[in-house]
Design a protein around this ligand. Structure first.
Ligand SMILES: Cc1cc2nc3c(=O)[nH]c(=O)nc-3n(C[C@H](O)[C@H](O)[C@H](O)COP(=O)(O)OP(=O)(O)OC[C@H]3O[C@@H](n4cnc5c(N)ncnc54)[C@H](O)[C@@H]3O)c2cc1C
Length: 511
């Protein structure tokens, strides 16, 4: 298709049907706008797609699988997904008995060292952490007691006055120091220090960076607040539920159409791009002020990942049997080992023993594989754009904690940075976070910018909202904008709300 053919009379076009694009489209449609959603791939979902990557009957989430952010997200709650009926099957999230386990390096003799385990219950988690149990209760436990106020505060980083200032202040006090330091100050045991390091590495890279504790603490607290659930049947069902909601509101979707220039789209007062800054410059350069295009072109991307999906002939043979009940397992051992592995990636090197995130969807969802069999999923960070095959290194890391694992592999599917970007153009150089994660970026988006026109209208809005561009009516909604990566749809909701406010003249930008 050279140009998209659309019905006339549209109010808005959304480009990209990832979770943020879907939420933006549904939010605009629920306000009564006529909205078209355009997606490059043959299927909607972006980071939510599920495919038979290995063998028939084995359903793998190509990208995201674990959905605490989706369950806690005010954007998804606001869209009332529970009311959506997908041909009779409602979207169902299933909770593994254990949200997260973090095994310690095997000893040369004797029983395996006890893994650090995050249970749904704060008390059970603390009991398992021994001497560090009281500290867990005082830190993560106290954050978790804020309930949904904590993710709500964290997912609205730009709002002034802040949502839930006490929760935010407590999170900031604990999370602003680099985890390489705070893990040592807070905890005394190797297991608790390793656990915090793994959570930080899951949320970001560079444990030595200020703010690396924020994502770690939010992820840990979410395990207590909402769990770390998985979508039954695969993450695709979340995308399908969002699309059903959008279509139910009168929205239209075109798939298999890669937008190369905004000129290919029908003229509409609102265009929302679920794209990262480099792509925004590619499709919208002619519509952006030169300074804006330059700022976006300077957006810094983060490291890439290598992801492996396995079809297994049975469960992973973990040395510590508790791990068989965990949805997610962090492999990297001690604080020092994880810090070194992530430091290597930041310095453009490939760690010999990378930090590996393993997800075992079959633990809670038997629909992922034929009877008796299981699926497994793992990734590690690598330098952006790396072409190094990390399969053997990732599998060696699993084998270290689960001797005999490789014998269970029936088939594997490997995606390096190039394959990931081919799958979803937002994964630039294999970066799954929409840009290098830093405290500043999570707060301000691609680039901090001031907008003097806003000052003229309203001094409080001198700072341009990170979802706006220098072109009225053109918005950014992807994970490159606050609150950053993850399936929560909040960037899409923020962009759509801003677009609606300006469209209706509340922001007084549409003169
Ligand atoms: C391997 C991996 C594992 C992950 N695990 C988790 C997890 O367990 N939990 C979690 O919460 N998050 C996870 N994430 C992160 C999560 O998937 C992303 O943060 C999230 O999908 C970002 O949503 P988005 O809508 O901003 O972008 P995306 O989901 O990337 O969607 C962007 C969409 O835009 C489309 N597009 C791009 N260019 C164009 C164009 N020119 N024209 C039309 N369409 C275009 C793409 O095809 C894509 O569908 C993971 C990501 C990866 C890659």
């Amino acid at each position: 298709m050279g140009t998209a053919e659309h019905p006339d009379g549209l109010d808005a076009v959304v480009v990209g049907a990832g979770p943020n694009g879907l939420v933006a489209a549904a939010t605009l449609a629920s306000a009564g706008l006529r909205v078209l959603l355009v997606e490059a791939a043959d299927r909607i979902g972006g980071g939510l797609r599920t495919e038979e990557l290995t063998l028939p009957g084995f359903r793998h989430d190509v990208c995201s699988t674990v959905h605490p952010l989706a369950l806690a997200s005010p954007a998804l709650a606001g869209l009332d997904l529970g009311a959506v009926d997908l041909a009779g099957a409602r979207l169902r999230l299933a909770q593994p008995q254990i949200p997260l386990a973090h095994p310690m390096p095997p000893r040369s003799a004797g029983p395996p060292a006890q893994a650090a385990v995050v249970h749904r219950s704060i008390a059970e988690t603390a009991a398992g952490l021994g001497r560090d149990g009281p500290t867990w209760t005082r830190t993560v436990g106290r954050l978790a007691r804020h309930g949904l106020a904590l993710p709500e505060a964290a997912l609205h980083p730009f709002d002034l006055p802040p949502h839930h200032p006490v929760a935010l202040a407590r999170l900031g006090a604990l999370g602003l120091a680099p985890v390489s330091t705070s893990a040592r100050l807070l905890f005394r045991t190797a297991a608790a220090r390793g656990l915090l390091a793994g959570l930080a590495a899951h949320g970001t890279v560079g444990l030595e960076a200020p703010g690396s504790g924020l994502a770690a603490l939010v992820l840990a607290a979410l395990a207590h607040i909402v769990g770390w659930p998985l979508a039954v049947g695969g993450s695709q069902s979340i995308a399908d539920a969002l699309a059903a909601r959008f279509i139910g509101l009168g929205g239209q979707i075109i798939t298999g159409f890669r937008v190369r220039s905004l000129a290919e789209l029908p003229p509409t007062p609102i265009v929302v791009l679920d794209l990262t800054p480099r792509q925004v410059v590619q499709v919208a350069a002619h519509r952006l002020p030169v300074a804006d295009a330059r700022r976006l072109a300077r957006h810094r991307y983060g490291p890439g990942v290598v992801k492996v999906d396995w079809a297994l002939d049975g469960p992973v043979p973990w040395a510590d049997p508790a791990l068989a009940r965990a949805g997610t397992v962090h492999l990297g051992g001690t604080l020092d080992e994880i810090t070194q592995a992530e430091r290597a990636v930041v310095q453009d090197r490939h760690p010999a023993r990378p930090f590996v995130i393993v997800v075992q969807a079959s633990v809670v969802d038997p629909t992922r594989a034929p009877p008796g069999a299981q699926t497994g999923w793992a990734y590690c960070h690598v330098p952006r754009g790396s072409t190094v095959d990390m399969t053997a290194v990732i599998e060696a890391q699993v084998e270290r904690f689960a001797p005999g694992f490789t014998e269970r592999i029936l088939a594997r599917h490997v995606m390096g940075p190039a394959e990931l970007e081919e799958h979803d153009a937002n994964l630039v150089g294999g970066d799954i976070a929409g840009g290098a994660t830093s405290l500043r970026r999570l707060l301000t988006g691609p680039r901090l910018s001031f907008d003097l026109r806003r000052l003229r209208h309203d001094p409080r809005t001198l700072l341009r909202p990170p979802w706006a561009t220098g072109t009225p009516g053109l918005y950014l909604a992807s994970a490159a904008t606050p609150p950053g990566p993850g399936v929560h749809g909040m960037s899409g909701a923020h962009a759509a709300m801003l677009a609606l406010a300006e469209y209706r003249g509340h922001g007084r930008m549409r003169e």
